[in-house]
Design a protein around this ligand. Structure first.
Ligand code: NIG
Ligand code: FE
Length: 416
């Protein structure tokens, strides 16, 4: 049976005319369709029709979205949702003046979360993560990336990836696993970095490839984490095993991470708070998505990535929460969109492209999701307003009323 999504005030199609991403100026064009309803069958969009033009409505399943705004299902393309424990104590130190990098150098930061994850069982991790995913779904998110990176030894990285794999099976949304063994040097290997690198390249990566436990291999290129030469070694192995690549780079220091990532045709370069001028041009000329994470700048009270310059230069800019316990304890994508307009001078339309089609591009799922176009998946978020401006104007407030994934309603806001 076909479904009629009836009488929305606006369909924010984010149409790309089949190109499936938006670069530079294109981010501004989100192709609003008014006075139209939408038809889908099973999990695919099949048509847009003017209001009132269907005579045999009884043959359709009707979802009434009168006076609501229809968007593509939102895509959350960079998260560290698979964590245990709390970094509230370190949050206090940060408020008292110790920087994120100083905390990392003192053996805290990522390594604090690593101890908590190592002490947590598979079942405990699953229990902790379930409500976090439900929160994402309640916001209209239908595709979600989750990284490992808090195990940092063979057994615990595999445990995290297996947890993510299990969550993929129990949730109706698309969950994309990323291997982030190169997140930090685990504390016990502090004086033996080569051995940890070898564990990643010789043990973890081959096992993860063989068991299809991750789609992407990610790394953290930073003074407190991995050098460009180390990332090169990891990427070379990962690429040979068939992984697609992502890189956290230019967060606090810019020393060549972008060049390495682009050399390996990384699908995305993420952070870019301190990116250099000539690297802006390189990213803009490439097919890599620039994933910007203003929640980190907000949470750490640091500078923001030069979103305006990147977009004006022609980059494929995406936005994400970077939800994690240390640098962005923010799982609210709506707040991220508002930060992007208030702090990074993006337009409202650009933020919408950045959490839909371009976030999908950052996960290589953009052929299927991220825009409302005929033939694409019936993934939608339905907002309780008649004007999409309200989504970004209502800072931190969840206006999502319905989340639809593969043609099925998977969340309904009971307060509406
Ligand atoms: O994306 N930059 C490195 N990784 C995370 C932070 C993880 C943590 O502090 O736990 C990030 O900001
Ligand atoms: Fe991150």
């Amino acid at each position: 049976m076909r479904t009629l999504l009836k009488n929305p005030s606006q369909i924010v199609t984010v149409s790309t005319n089949g190109k499936n991403f938006k670069r530079g100026n294109e981010l501004r064009d989100i192709s609003i369709l008014e006075n139209h309803s939408l038809i889908f069958e099973k999990d695919r969009i099949i048509d847009f029709i003017p209001y009132g033009s269907i005579s045999n409505e009884s043959e359709y399943k009707i979802i009434d979205v009168k006076d609501k705004v229809l968007l593509p299902g939102l895509v959350e393309c960079h998260t560290h949702t698979a964590f245990a424990g709390s970094r509230a104590k370190e949050f206090r130190s940060k408020l008292a003046g110790t920087s994120y990098e100083e905390i990392a150098k003192l053996g805290g930061g990522i390594n604090t979360t690593v101890s908590a994850v190592r002490n947590a069982s598979f079942d405990e991790l699953v229990r902790l993560i379930i409500p976090r995913i439900n929160y994402f779904i309640s916001q209209g998110i239908t595709s979600l990336e989750i990284k490992s990176g808090y195990g940092l030894d063979f057994g615990n990285e595999i445990k995290l990836l297996r947890v993510i794999h299990h969550l993929q099976k129990i949730f109706p949304i698309t969950i994309i696993p990323t291997f982030l063994g190169a997140h930090a040097i685990p504390i016990e290997m502090k004086n033996n970095r080569e051995a940890y690198l070898e564990e990643i390249t010789h043990k973890m990566l081959p096992f993860i490839a063989e068991n299809s436990l991750a789609k992407f291999c990610d790394g953290f290129c930073e003074l407190t984490a991995f050098s460009t030469a180390e990332i090169d070694v990891i990427f070379s192995k990962a690429k040979s095993l068939g992984f697609d690549l992502k890189l956290h780079t230019d967060q606090f220091n810019a020393f060549g991470g972008i060049e390495v990532a682009l050399n390996y045709d990384a699908v995305s370069v993420d952070h870019l708070e301190v990116i250099k001028e000539n690297d802006i041009a390189q990213v803009a000329d490439s097919d890599a998505a620039a994933v910007l994470l203003p929640g980190v700048s907000f949470f750490l009270n640091d500078g923001y990535a030069p979103a305006r310059k990147l977009i004006d230069a022609g980059a494929i800019v995406a936005l994400s929460t970077d939800y994690n316990p240390g640098s962005s304890n923010i799982a609210n994508l709506n707040l991220i969109m508002s930060l992007a307009v208030l702090k990074m001078k993006m337009t409202i339309e650009e933020t919408i492209s950045a959490v839909t089609i371009n976030a999908a591009k950052a996960l290589k799922i953009n052929e299927d999701v991220g825009s409302i176009e005929i033939g694409k998946k019936a993934d939608f978020s339905v907002f309780n307003t008649n004007d999409y401006t309200d989504i970004v104007y209502n800072v931190g407030k969840n206006l999502n009323e319905l989340t639809i994934k593969n043609g099925g309603v998977i969340y309904k806001n009971k307060n509406e």
